[in-house]
Design a protein around this ligand. Structure first.
Ligand code: PEP
Ligand code: MG
Length: 602
């Protein structure tokens, strides 16, 4: 038994056999049920057939264009393909050890390489590269057509802990709670979208676990401790017993918090605080309602793409999704953020060539400072107008609000409003009534924060996205676990900028909600309330505890504490002060920048 440490990104405890996701070359390794052996061997044989076919074609082409000498390389590869040590060996591994075909071919290759290591002949040693090429081709041919790692995830036979070198949000969007028990990921951080999704799903997760895929084999028993940020490999029965006991204790505690959720969402001195939900998947709306959300404050619309290219989502398909959301959330409003994606999502198709086998198709990647979000929407007006028309149509069935991501200047807001006006005209051409849609601006880029008064003219409301606002104010990549300790919501600069936005918006008669992850952190929440925030949108799972906190504090107290915090020079000083003033809540602070929550949770 040994432990690896990482960043606690989603609370909870889970254990089970590991399934490995090696996203760098899109492979997944897992044990298979006895009844599946034949099917797995058939998959391998099909991949062999496809590989042989491709190699024959390459051989013929190269013979014509580059001559017989070079072409003979591919003849050699064809012989390697049928070497007893490769495909036939992988077949017997599948049958004997009951593992999936990808894993079997990798193991056969490892054995093959061991033999080459002992060979003195340099020429023969070099042939290892050719075998690797053949194996790469076989691996690629094992993938379902246009599959990304997301599709592979649903192939698992039994529930598992997913141990991954990386987990792109487009892959995480395929996570099935019935098949995946918990996550241990080598990369990532708390505000990475995969971590946000894990929290929405209630999946215990630890990110930044260096070396996890090296230390864990498929099928190894792994325990994920999403409180302590720890992954235990081969835990002893005593460790599992202790984890089970802790899990039960936490479950009963959260049930107690849920019972308390039915009072008014108001502070102890009677100030009303509104709680809405951040939603990534339409099905989470029921969960959001049950958690006490009065509306969706942020629907991250790009998640519904789930890695598919955007042109798969025409106006009708989007309209049905938005209408369904709005009807399920009625009478509360649904705030839909226009796509926050980059070009790869718009232009790349799902097909990958052999060379591209390492890439995960179109993903939810968003070049942090490039052509993304509102910038991309304005560049691709067809995409923006399609989305806006679908939203305007959905607005006939309930309260819809549009939220623009990554706005950095007034011109972008004006252009987006013009696009909305055009969408409204197009939809109302049928003569039916189309209610006006309020337009909000995400405050997540420093230039937007500093020009809230100028944006207020064209914006009906604001929503502060602290995840990006912190990353851009502090110059800390939110997805890079190595600098997670610098991602600091209590940094004096962050408190100042938030206070400025809240005050200025209020002066201009506009509401400013907070929808970043910061609001789910007890200490940070106290400060937000103290700085005048009265509208919060957060992961539904975090609402009951945040609501219970609000009900127990007086706004007059948190205002005083926030005023003091704003005069302190470091986040450490602020944290210490919070712990002194509110020992019951603030001792649990700190999850946002990766500090362990173990002390507060045990
Ligand atoms: C944010 O940036 O704070 C936010 C809410 O949006 P996202 O996490 O999707 O970037
Ligand atoms: Mg953002």
């Amino acid at each position: 038994m040994f432990r690896l440490t990482g960043i606690a990104v989603s609370q909870g405890l889970a254990w089970g056999p590991a399934a490995l996701l090696l996203q760098r070359h899109v492979a997944i390794r897992y044990a298979i049920a006895p009844g599946r052996v034949e099917k797995e061997i058939a998959r391998l044989d099909q991949a062999r057939e496809a590989t042989a076919h491709q190699l024959h074609a390459i051989h013929a082409r190269v013979s014509q264009t580059a001559g017989a000498d070079l072409a003979s390389l591919f003849e050699a590869q064809l012989l390697m393909l049928d070497d007893q040590m490769l495909v036939p060996r992988a077949r017997s591994i599948i049958a004997g050890d009951r593992v999936n075909a990808e894993w079997a071919i990798d193991r056969a290759f490892d054995e093959f390489c061991e033999v080459f290591v002992d060979v003195g002949d340099a020429y023969l040693r070099e042939r290892r590269g050719d075998v690797a090429d053949v194996v790469g081709r076989l691996r690629h041919n094992l993938l379902p057509v246009s599959a990304g790692a997301g599709r592979l995830l649903v192939e698992l036979d039994a529930p598992a802990i997913l141990v991954a070198d990386d987990l792109a949000p487009s892959v995480a969007a395929h996570l099935d709670r019935n098949l995946i028990l918990g996550l241990a990921i080598e990369t990532g951080s708390r505000t990475h979208h995969s971590a946000i999704l894990a929290r929405s799903l209630g999946l215990p997760a630890v990110a930044g676990v260096a070396g996890a895929t090296k230390h864990v084999g498929p099928g190894t028993l792994v325990l994920v401790d999403g409180y302590a940020g720890e992954v235990v490999i081969d835990p002893s029965p005593a460790v599992i017993d202790e984890a089970r006991e802790r899990r039960d204790r936490h479950n009963s505690r959260s049930a107690a918090v849920r019972v308390g959720q039915h009072g008014p969402a108001a502070s102890a001195d009677g100030v009303a605080i509104q709680f809405q939900a951040n939603v990534e998947r339409p099905d989470d709306v029921e969960f959001a309602r049950a958690a006490g959300a009065e509306g969706v404050g942020l629907f991250r619309s790009e998640f519904m793409l789930g890695g598919q290219a955007i042109d798969q989502f025409d106006e009708e398909r989007q309209f049905r999704i938005y209408r369904d959301l709005v009807e399920r959330m009625a009478p509360f409003p649904v705030t839909v953020r226009t796509f926050d994606i980059d070009e790869s999502q718009v232009s790349r198709g799902g097909e990958e060539g052999h060379e591209g086998a390492g890439a995960e198709g179109p993903g939810l990647s968003r070049g942090p400072l490039g052509l993304r979000a509102i910038r991309l929407s304005l560049e691709r007006r067809d995409v923006l107008e399609t989305q806006l028309r679908a939203l305007v149509r959905a607005g006939r069935y309930g309260a819809v609000r549009v939220l623009l991501p990554f706005v950095s200047a007034v011109d972008e807001l004006r252009a987006a409003r013009a696009a909305l006006a055009s969408a409204e005209r197009a939809v109302s051409a049928d003569g039916r009534e189309t209610p006006a849609i309020p337009v909000g601006v995400m405050i997540e880029v420093p230039s937007a924060a500093l020009t809230v008064d100028l944006l207020a003219e064209g914006a009906d409301f604001f929503s502060i996205g602290t995840n990006d606002l912190i990353q851009y104010c502090l110059a800390v990549d939110r997805t890079d676990g190595r600098v997670a300790g610098l991602f600091d919501p209590l940094h004096p600069a962050i408190l100042r900028v938030i206070r400025y936005v809240i005050r200025t918006a209020r002066r201009c008669g506009r509401s400013a909600a907070v929808c970043g992850e910061m609001a789910a952190d007890p200490g940070a929440l106290l400060l937000l309330l103290g700085m005048g925030v009265t509208e919060l949108s957060m992961n539904p799972a975090a609402i009951p505890a945040a609501r219970a906190l609000v009900q127990q504090v007086k706004l007059s107290d948190v205002r005083r504490v926030a005023a003091r915090a704003l005069r302190l020079p470091t986040s450490r000083d602020i944290n210490t002060m919070l712990v002194d003033e509110f020992p019951a809540f603030a001792s649990r602070t700190g999850g946002l920048n990766g500090r362990s929550q173990r002390e507060g949770e045990r």
